[in-house]
Design a protein around this ligand. Structure first.
Ligand SMILES: C[S@@+](CC[C@H](N)C(=O)[O-])C[C@H]1O[C@@H](n2cnc3c(N)ncnc32)[C@H](O)[C@@H]1O
Length: 255
């Protein structure tokens, strides 16, 4: 991806020039419970632990850092070269490939395809359909694809979260405000402010807007069926930090 690539330019700063700070915003350890839940869903759908997983939009590789212990072959893909570099630091033994989930073609089949929160960055039905088609062509017959958007239209609610981490010489704290300026369209926004603290330097504050897709459950199911998946089960995420019923995954089987 060249710096002139318009797709790369469209990514939030967290995934480009600030990607080196990503694991101070959310660390691999933070993903333990969610990774276990996704692995359980893949295993139940396949009736066996997957032997191979393709992760589309793998970001910092936080989920993979956990599930890789159970899965012999893991391939991580992301649009951002800087995020792939961040993931490589914590998952040096895994295969990393730069690619857009709407278009990447690896000419290989996997037991399971995982499309976690990166799918939120698709803001049109055409883009969402294209990512589903990517998952479909990489899923073996009898395989499973899991799509895990942060919200669907029906369970969206405004929220505010703050957290952060320390490492020697650097600290990050953030505030993340998720809200919907226009409930009649298929997007919401996540406004971040980051406080970056580096030893010996003045505190730096950065504002970063993430525009995310927000589609109805019916839209998700219709598009998944349209690209060939079926049946698809809507599964509520069970997680100690998540109110039951507020986040759901689409577990889509390929016949
Ligand atoms: C929140 S991070 C993903 C974190 C990941 N679930 C983890 O376990 O660390 C979101 C990622 O989506 C990626 N992304 C956004 N649009 C994408 C696209 N069209 N194709 C591939 N990756 C994309 C960003 O570059 C970013 O790395």
């Amino acid at each position: 991806m060249s710096p002139a690539d318009p797709t790369a330019d469209a990514l939030p700063r967290l995934y480009t020039d600030l990607a080196d700070w990503y694991h101070l915003l959310t660390s691999p350890e933070d993903a333990r419970e969610e990774a276990a839940f996704f692995l359980q869903q893949m295993t139940e759908a396949l009736r066996a632990t997957p032997r191979s997983v393709l992760d589309l939009g793998s970001g910092g590789g936080n989920l993979a850092w956990h599930y890789k212990r159970e899965i012999p072959s893991v391939t991580l893909t992301d649009l951002s070269s800087q995020m792939l570099a961040a993931s490589q630091r914590v998952n040096p033994e895994l295969e990393h490939i730069q690619g857009d989930m709407r278009a990447v073609r690896l000419d290989r089949l996997f037991d399971a395809v995982l499309v976690h929160d990166a799918v939120c960055y698709l803001t049109t039905e055409d883009d969402l359909r294209a990512a589903m088609a990517t998952a479909f062509v990489h899923c073996r017959p009898g395989g499973v694809a899991i799509f895990a958007p942060d919200s669907v239209r029906e369970n969206f609610s405004e929220s505010l979260e703050s957290d952060g981490h320390d490492e020697p010489g650097r600290k990050l704290r953030y505030m993340m405000w998720t809200w919907d300026p226009d409930p009649s369209d298929a997007t919401c926004v996540v406004d971040f402010s980051y406080l970056l603290h580096e030893e010996g330097r003045p505190m730096c504050t950065i504002y970063d807007r993430h525009v995310e897709g927000l589609f109805s459950r019916e839209t998700w199911l219709r598009l998944l069926e349209g690209v060939g998946f079926g049946p698809t089960t809507v599964v509520p995420l069970i997680h100690s930090d998540v109110e039951p019923g507020t986040v759901e995954l689409f577990v889509a089987l390929k016949a």
